[in-house]
Design a protein around this ligand. Structure first.
Ligand code: ADP
Length: 649
């Protein structure tokens, strides 16, 4: 149990008692606080650990999404490009489709086929030369049904086909059987690649020969290169016959088996080309007709493409468009980086927001705690104020009581002082009576004598007697006046003249002084002291009276009255050379009713009253036992400074 500052016991509240009883009330919230803190720390570490994962994941997601949408856009664009270019290739090919069949219309050709002669050949040669120049084809020539070249546009050149046997050519074999011959191949004579279009030439429903036009398609390649388009055309054998990149030309797009290789070698379609396989590092189907392939680039590094293909009309060929994925990949990477940065920024913002939220929460909690502490303080202050007010009231009541007691005491003291005075007067009554009796007796004698002197007419003597009578009456008046003044009630305040007080005391004690015949020494300045005149006189009467009592039984009687200023107090000493006092008397000196005087002589109140009168005036009464014997009573009183005197007067 605790104790208030004012000593009241503090009884513990119900909650407090429960806590003391179980001893666990403190532990539980503390434990849960620890647990909460631990969970928060683990969570914070998890967040910090997962942050890089989140950033990386976000970046990777952004990369994938960008790549996916990029591929879709690229595919759509590729689709359009593919269509456009396929049309371009088709139109390039079909441009020459009817050219071989037109040769049938030329009678010189027919005549040459039916009946060849050098003149006819020359005429047809000239004709074909002109036709070839105008059509822009590579070569135009006529074969007889055995596959021999009868006439050709390039009859002038050294590597002319003239007289050559081209019966092994597939286009001839197709055309001689009435089918249109289409063929891409490399010229066995010129070694020049070209597209061969063959058509049977008929006479009266009978095939008499074959007209062939060889055209160049490399203009398509040039166009692709100019447009920075990557594309190739593969023929029925899967051999690339046209390619924007010359390095890919005459490469097989898929592996060729041995039989096919054999067949192709024999047909000399591709002359003596090795027909290497196109190096596809990776091939992945993405959607219908959409593939992702990686080809070895010029520097053998992989080049990634989106491949889209389409068969060309009227041919077994296939156009493949390659859209590079390099740019797309770069864009996707930058998008991924941007997303990662955005995720990181967002995460940082969230962390910052969370930290700020925590700071605000802490601040709010602190404010709330402060408010609570404030409320608690105010409550305590109110409680303490109430306590203080109560004790203040108690104190006030006590002060009132004390004041009353003090007043009562003061009254009692006054009464006591008065009683003391009266007692002193009582003690002195015998000597006063004696003092008054002497002048009275003298008065009687003097007045009797005066009457006689008057009767005798001795007026001078009578007047001298009357003079003496007057002096005696004055003296008696003084005695009674001082007695009256002594008996008068007085108060704590006021001022006294030291010299006057000593004189009054000595006058009061005059009869005794006279009787004792003591040696009196005075050594003090006549100054004003902060004490009522009568009270000072009363103190001095007590002290001097005691000294006279003490000196009574010895012959050498001395009394010293001296005064000096010491530390702002005036010390007035009443010293006698009497017998001093016993140790017991010293111990009880200032106690009321302590007296060593026999019978009615002493009341034992003189010193007690004197000390209390000195204290009431702000001074004190002490005693000194000089080594040379006797006793010295020291009265310490505050002297009045000049301006105080001036004010009072
Ligand atoms: P009272 O004079 O009525 O006895 P006081 O209070 O004045 O009462 O004094 C108390 C006692 O102190 C005296 O009875 C006396 O024994 C002693 N005393 C006082 N003054 C002196 C002195 N000057 N010399 C010796 N004894 C003294």
């Amino acid at each position: 149990m605790q104790r208030h500052a004012d000593g009241r016991l503090l009884v513990p509240g119900a909650a407090e008692r429960a806590r003391i009883a179980t001893g666990s009330a403190h532990a539980d919230p503390q434990r849960s606080r620890f647990a909460r803190r631990a969970i928060r720390a683990v969570f914070r570490h998890l967040v910090l650990l997962t942050l890089p994962l989140l950033v990386f994941g976000g970046g990777y997601g952004g990369y994938l999404l960008s790549k996916h949408t990029g591929i879709r856009a690229l595919a759509e664009n590729g689709e359009r490009q593919l269509e456009l270019n396929a049309r371009a290739v088709e139109s390039e090919i079909t441009k020459y489709t009817y050219l071989p069949s037109l040769l049938e219309l030329e009678s010189d050709v027919e005549r040459l086929l039916l009946d060849p002669s050098p003149q006819r050949r020359q005429r047809v040669n000239d004709y074909l030369e002109g036709l070839n120049r105008r059509s822009g084809s590579l070569a135009t020539y006529i074969l007889d049904t055995s596959g021999r070249v009868l006439a050709t546009s390039n009859w002038r050149s050294a590597d002319s086909y003239q007289g050559e046997d081209l019966s092994f050519r597939a286009y001839f074999q197709d055309a001689v059987q009435g089918r249109p011959g289409r063929f891409y191949g490399i010229g066995s004579t010129t070694g020049e690649p070209g597209y061969y279009l063959a058509h049977s030439l008929e006479h009266n429903g009978r095939i008499i020969g074959v007209g062939v036009v060889k055209v160049r398609l490399d203009t398509l390649e040039e166009r692709w290169q100019r447009a920075q388009l990557e594309a190739y055309v593969s023929d029925e054998n899967g051999i690339i016959i046209l390619a924007s990149n010359p390095a890919r030309r005459l490469k097989a797009v898929h592996p060729l088996d041995a039989a096919t290789r054999e067949r192709l070698a024999r047909s000399l379609q591709y002359h003596w080309w090795a027909l290497e396989e196109l190096q596809v590092l990776e091939r992945r189907a993405l959607a219908d007709g959409l593939k992702r392939i990686s080809l070895a680039g010029d520097d053998a590094s992989p080049q990634h493409y989106l491949a889209q293909g389409r068969l060309l009309n009227d041919t077994p060929w296939r156009l493949t468009l390659l859209s590079p994925l390099k740019e797309l990949r770069r864009t996707a990477i930058s998008h991924g980086v941007m997303v990662a940065v955005a995720v990181a920024l967002l995460a940082l913002l969230l962390i910052a927001w969370n930290e700020r939220r925590k700071v605000i929460a802490t601040r709010l909690a602190a404010r709330e705690a402060l408010q609570q502490a404030n409320n608690e303080l105010e409550r305590k202050i109110a409680e303490r104020t109430a306590d203080l007010r109560a004790s203040n009231d108690r104190l006030k009541a006590e002060i009132r009581e004390r004041r009353q007691a003090e007043q009562t005491l003061r009254q009692a003291q006054d009464e006591l002082v008065q009683a003391g005075k009266l007692a002193v007067i009582g003690q002195m009554s015998t000597s006063i009576a004696h003092e008054l009796n002497q002048p009275l007796a003298a008065l009687r004698t003097l007045s009797g004598n005066t009457v006689r002197f008057l009767q005798r007419g001795a007026l001078d003597t009578a007047s001298t007697n009357l003079q003496a009578i007057n002096e005696l009456v004055d003296r008696m008046g003084k005695i009674t006046a001082s007695l009256r003044a002594f008996a008068r009630r007085s108060d704590d305040r006021g001022q006294a003249r030291l010299g006057k007080a000593v004189d009054a005391a000595l006058l009061l004690l005059h009869p005794r002084l006279q009787r004792s015949r003591l040696h009196l020494e005075r050594d003090y300045d006549d100054l004003r002291l902060a004490i009522d005149q009568t009270r000072l006189e009363q103190i001095l009467v007590n002290l001097i009276g005691n000294a006279l009592d003490a000196l009574r039984d010895q012959d050498d009687r001395r009394l010293w009255l001296s005064g000096r200023l010491e530390d702002d107090l005036f010390q007035f000493e009443v010293r006698d050379n009497g017998p001093g006092m016993s140790a017991e008397a010293r111990a009880h000196l200032f106690e009321p009713f302590f007296t060593t005087k026999p019978g009615e002589q002493g009341l034992g109140l003189g010193l007690t009253l004197s000390a209390s009168l000195a204290a009431a005036a702000g001074g004190s009464l002490g005693v000194r036992h000089p080594d040379e014997g006797g006793i010295a009573f020291v009265l310490s009183l505050r002297p009045l400074i000049v301006h105080e005197i001036a004010c009072d007067e």
